[in-house]
Design a protein around this ligand. Structure first.
Ligand code: F3S
Length: 111
C-alpha cells in the first residue's frame, strides 16, 4: 500500500506535504508532486497537510483517481526528490477549486 497524489495538486503544488514526510518520498515535477510507492511507509501524516486534499491512501482512491496510482509510480522514477517546502505555484489559489486539471499535467522531468 502507498499514498497517492491526485489531480487536485496539479497547478497548485503547495508542498506542505513535503515538510512532514519522514522518508522523503515526494518527487517534484513542473506542476505536480508524486509519491514514490517504494519509499512511502504509509504513515499518512501528509494527508492532513494538503490544503486541497490531493493525497489519498491507495485503498481510498475513488474510481476516477485510480489512474494516479500508476502515474505516481511512473513519474517518481524520473522526477527529482523534493525534501523541503517552497512557495506554491503562481495562481495556486485560483486553481485549487478547479476540477478536470488532468490535461494540464506536465510529465516531462525538470531540466
Ligand atoms: Fe500537492 Fe497538496 Fe502537496 S497541493 S504539493 S499534494 S500539499
Amino acid at each position: 500500500m502507498t499514498h497517492v497524489v491526485t489531480q487536485a495538486c496539479i497547478q497548485c503544488k503547495y508542498t506542505d506535504c513535503v515538510a512532514v514526510c519522514p522518508v522523503d518520498c515526494f518527487h517534484e515535477g513542473p506542476n505536480f508532486l508524486v509519491i514514490d510507492p517504494l519509499a512511502c511507509i504509509d504513515c499518512g501524516v501528509c494527508i492532513a497537510e494538503c490544503p486541497v486534499d490531493a493525497i489519498v491512501e491507495e485503498g481510498d482512491l475513488q474510481p476516477d483517481q485510480v489512474p494516479y496510482l500508476a502515474l505516481n509510480a511512473e513519474l517518481a522514477q524520473t522526477w527529482p526528490v523534493i525534501t523541503a517546502s517552497r512557495p506554491p505555484l503562481p495562481d495556486a489559489d485560483t486553481w485549487a477549486n478547479q476540477a478536470d486539471k488532468r490535461q494540464l499535467l506536465i510529465t516531462e522531468a525538470p531540466a
